[in-house]
Design a binder for this molecule. Structure first.
Ligand code: FE2
Ligand code: FE2
Length: 245
């Protein structure tokens, strides 16, 4: 289903509640009554096209169907990606940790096995933090520089060298997969750990992991399938123009 501007914002949430953090990150908070998406975006001063692209990209994995690439600003994409990183570190990670701790406290046998889950997640947290730091300190500023050079038709020697030395495709090739470890952790809980008495707490950990994995998948898809192709095209055009000078 494609979500369009005439749909009621509340209906979009009823359709898929996983959109809740996505719309929050885009600048829309709850309490919008029966207003449609266009009206809510207008009142909250949120770019309607960008809003529709991001929420439809979240629901439909075929980004080609949902993206009108020309209409999307790189700065907005980067702001959104940064807000997503922040959400993982400040909300999702603590939520999973709290649920793992609740599980460990209530679980009266094989506590060591569940401590393994906790340690595994600790390692994951460090990896995620390094991943987001690298992107925010190196990749995103570069992406914004390329975009601005492309828009202004002004390319500095420094940026030209950077495009030649380390184009966006190099980042794309090295872009580590931060979802697969979550999948492994879910499998440890689903397949291998003995049945606890407190299945409710175990399911709570799993539910939080499923939600986090889903959100991170969407995030990486936007990096790999929106940001990288757009920047790669801009790099190509900038290089061609500079060669003609
Ligand atoms: Fe990221
Ligand atoms: Fe990433």
């Amino acid at each position: 289903m494609y979500i369009d501007k005439d749909m009621k914002m509340a209906d979009a949430i009823h359709y898929n509640y996983l959109l809740l953090p996505v719309i929050n990150r885009l600048g829309v908070q709850l309490g919008f009554g029966d207003k449609n998406i266009e009206k809510v975006c207008q009142e909250e001063e949120v770019d309607l096209d960008f809003f529709l692209v991001i929420i439809n990209a979240f629901l439909d994995h075929d980004l080609n169907k949902t993206l009108k690439i020309q209409s999307v600003s790189i700065e907005k994409i980067v702001d959104y990606l940064k807000a997503t990183h922040q959400f993982y570190l400040e909300q999702m990670i603590p939520e999973v940790e709290n649920r793992i701790n609740a599980l460990i406290q209530n679980f009266d046998i094989n506590q060591n096995q569940f401590l393994l889950v906790k340690n595994f997640f600790e390692e994951y947290k460090k990896e995620l933090y390094l991943h987001t730091q690298l992107e925010e300190k190196t990749v995103y500023p570069y992406v914004v520089d390329v975009y601005q050079a492309y828009q202004s038709h002004q390319l500095s020697q420094e940026l030209l060298d950077r495009i030649k030395d380390y184009p966006i495709n190099s980042y794309a090739q090295e872009h580590s997969d931060i979802e697969s470890k979550l999948f492994d952790l879910k499998n440890i809980l689903i397949k291998y750990l003995p049945q606890p008495k407190h299945s409710y707490q175990r399911n709570q950990v799993l539910t939080a992991l499923f939600k986090m994995e889903n959100d991170i998948n969407d995030h990486s898809r936007i990096e790999n399938m929106v940001l990288v192709p757009m920047i790669s095209e801009m790099e190509k055009q900038l290089l061609t123009k500079s060669a003609q000078k």
